[in-house]
Design a protein around this ligand. Structure first.
Ligand code: SF4
Length: 534
């Protein structure tokens, strides 16, 4: 087979949620399949720059056009450079993007990410901008080539779109009605990923609990197979080599007891749940059109805890939704006290043009929202810390992470995720420096490669310290905290990637993370939409 001619370098910038991260891995895979190579690390420019946009916040537009303004001068100095804009804001703004930024070459939507390479070529050949937006899904992005960010963990989408109509959310308008992948396709993808060395998958959907509602064409959200998601979780339990299964995001309205049972009875489904609350007030939940109330929400939490006492539960909360009174807000605080979340992503409500809530009466003054927001964050911070303190003394097995510890170099620690997704920084001891870089580790005391765990490996450690948003595991007398090291095929896959030539090793620039237990940023980066995944 003739060597594919290199078309040039590419860079994918991702904004918004995990669904966009998943799509960006596909965009990178498509471009590499078309002969492009990833631009060098940290590069701010490339022959092709793709902005995969989010439409959730007011400033999302400003940020896109601001970035495009900056790219105009870069492109002027780099003849032949092409700019493509995709994602939710492209699906919403369409030709408006090339009208406001005529130096943009391609605009594609959320339903046709597979068209990018063809549109880029058409723009080059015809030397004119190409705008292609579809109203419904072309092909499932999961069927497209991919360039995964991680060697040992992967996102697996189970559905796209959403049948709900939350009044603050623009997703249904931009990603359409829910379309579910066939279970066989999902399980085949997971088996292929495990064969490549992946040991953890996160099942992804705007509302994973509605999975199956599309089976048999009953796209009303209430037809199809109501137990499909629980069955899918149990089927994941049969996959040899798949150590950890997570999912995001569930929806309290559709969260049923068969899912709790499947979680509790399937060993590789992790005891961790990200369940968006949004508000604790029944009046506000009604105005949000969330189709559940406080009692149902707390009932689910109670049943999850009964079935999995060690489960860590996180959530999303919007403060200052139109019409929210002090009494309503107090209901949110009440649920937070009752639910004892391990962490919460908290948002100050901001209008999203095009959503019903944007034109609702009773918009809450910014100062009031800010004051309530600060009270909520303070309460949750306290609870997160108290819940973390209960972990001290526990021995946990960690999936060693790649680059989750900002201070690891100086603290001679590495980091990993516990089964409940808590972030743990663990000491690796203080031995010679000879091995630094042997397997790509930055300076962690130079422990001989044969003794150092690799990202993707599993280590057992005892938690010795709790902070509000992470845990530490330190060894005796400043030594290693590692009680047991289990080398895995995922560690091998990570090491094999480190040994690849620089140009092949690097995935595209993905700027995002998953709802996890760790310090939630003031305005959590990436979790732009208040619905976890969407
Ligand atoms: S907030 Fe989530 S569940 Fe609600 S409409 Fe948006 S994507 Fe759907």
């Amino acid at each position: 087979m003739p060597e594919q001619q290199v078309q040039g370098s590419y860079l994918v910038r991702t904004y918004g949620c995990q669904m966009n991260v998943h799509d960006s891995e596909r965009l990178s895979g498509l471009l590499e399949a078309a002969g492009y190579v990833p631009a060098p690390d940290g590069a701010s420019e490339a022959d092709v720059v793709v902005l995969n946009t989010c439409a959730v916040r007011e400033n999302a537009d400003n940020r896109l056009y601001g970035n495009l303004g900056h790219l105009a001068s870069v492109k002027a100095a780099r003849p032949g450079m092409r700019i493509a804009v995709g994602g939710c804001l492209a699906q919403k703004d369409r030709g408006e993007i090339t009208r406001r930024a005529p130096w943009v070459d391609v605009v594609f939507g959320t339903h046709n990410i597979g068209s990018l390479p063809v549109l880029l070529e058409r723009a080059r050949v015809r030397d004119e901008a190409q705008v292609e937006i579809l109203e419904s899904l072309d092909v499932f992005p999961s069927t497209l080539p991919t360039r995964r960010e991680s060697a040992y963990a992967a996102w697996v989408s189970v559905s796209v779109g959403c049948n709900n109509t939350c009044t603050f959310c623009i997703v249904p308008a931009l990603r359409g009605k829910e379309r579910d992948r066939r279970p066989g396709d999902i399980l085949a993808e997971i088996e292929a990923l495990v064969a490549e060395g992946v040991c953890e998958v996160t099942l992804l959907g705007q509302n994973v609990n509605a999975y199956g509602s599309d089976f048999g064409g009953a796209a009303d959200g209430h037809g199809g197979d109501r137990e499909a998601f629980a069955k899918l979780l149990r089927a994941c339990g049969q996959i040899e080599g798949l150590e950890r299964v997570r999912f995001t995001s569930p929806h309290p309205r559709d969260f049923t007891d068969d899912v709790i049972a499947a979680m509790a009875e399937t060993p590789n489904v992790m005891p961790q749940l990200h369940m968006p609350l949004q508000s604790g007030s029944d009046t506000v939940l009604k105005a949000m059109r969330r189709s559940y109330r406080q009692e149902r929400y707390l009932g689910i939490i109670e049943r999850v805890r009964a079935a999995m006492p060690d489960a860590a539960i996180t959530t999303d909360i919007i403060v200052g939704f139109p019409g929210e009174t002090e009494a309503d807000f107090e209901q949110t605080m009440h649920v937070v006290r009752e639910a004892r979340f391990s962490a919460a992503f908290t948002f100050q409500y901001s209008k999203r043009p095009g959503t019903p809530a944007a034109t609702m009466d009773g918009q809450v003054p910014k100062a009031v929202v800010q004051e309530r927001y600060e009270r909520l964050v303070a309460l949750q911070e306290e609870i997160s810390w108290e819940e973390n303190k209960k972990q001290v003394g526990r021995t946990v097995e960690l999936l060693v992470a790649d680059g989750e510890g900002r201070k690891n170099d100086s603290t001679r620690r590495m980091s990993g995720r516990a089964p409940d997704n808590r972030l743990v920084h663990f000491a690796v001891g203080d031995v010679g420096h000879s091995a630094v870089g042997d397997i790509g580790h930055s300076a962690v005391g130079g422990t001989p490669a044969s003794e150092l765990p690799r990202p993707g490996d599993m280590v057992s450690v005892e938690v010795t310290y709790a902070a509000p948003h992470h845990l530490n595991a330190d060894g005796p007398d400043g030594g290693s905290a590692i009680k047991a090291l289990r080398r895995t095929r995922s560690g091998d896959a990570w090491q094999a990637r480190q040994e690849q030539p620089e140009s092949e090793r690097r995935p595209a620039a993905v700027v995002l993370g998953m709802p996890s237990i760790g310090r939630p940023a003031a305005e959590p980066v990436g979790q732009e939409n208040a619905c976890g995944v969407c």
